[in-house]
Write a new protein. Sequence first.
Length: 202
Amino acid sequence: MSITITAEGVDEAMARMRSALRGVGEQKARAALARAINRTLTAVRAEAVRSARTTYTARQKKLFERVSLRRAGRSNLEAILEFRGRLGMSLIHFEATPNRPQRPAARPADGVSARILRSGSRKVARSHKSGRSKSFIIRKPQGGYGVFVRHGQELEMLFGPSSVQALQREDNQERMIERADEVFPRRLRHELDVLLSGLVRG
C-alpha cells in the first residue's frame, strides 16, 4: 500500500498562499513546497502506524516489515510513502495464549486462543479447513514459535490479518487524510515565513 502527496493534491492550501509563493521566487517556492510535503508525509506515516497499532494487538515492530518514504525535491514535488506488510501475520503475534510450546497434557482443552482486534474479544484459534486438530504452539523450523493445527501428518500454521489491512479501513484512511490536511498548510506557512524572514536560503 502506498500514499502519495503532490503539490497538485494540496491546491487549496497553495491557493491561499499563492501570493507568498510568488514573492519568494520559483526555486525557493518549490523548495518550500518540497519541505512542507515531506513533513506532511512524515506526519501521515506516524498516523498510519498509530492507526494500525490501535487496531491490532500485535506489537508495532511486528506490524510492518518495511516503511519506505521517497521524499519530494525541487525538481519533483511528489513524496511517496509505501507500507509493506505480510500477507498475513503469524497468529502468535496477536496475544496468543499460551505463547510457548506445552506438553500435550498441559495444553488448553479448547486449544490456543488469540485476540486480534484491540476492540475485539479473545477467540479460540481454529483452521478454516475441516478435520484439523485443536491448535497448539510449536517451534518453527526457521526459528520462533507459531500457532499450528494438525491433520494427519500435515501441519498448518495459522495466521491473522495483514497490518496493511488496518490502513485500508475507511476510518483509518480518513484519519490519514485529515492529518495531511491539518499538517500541510501549517508546514507550508512555516516554510514561507522562514524564507520571507531571510532565515534560510531556499
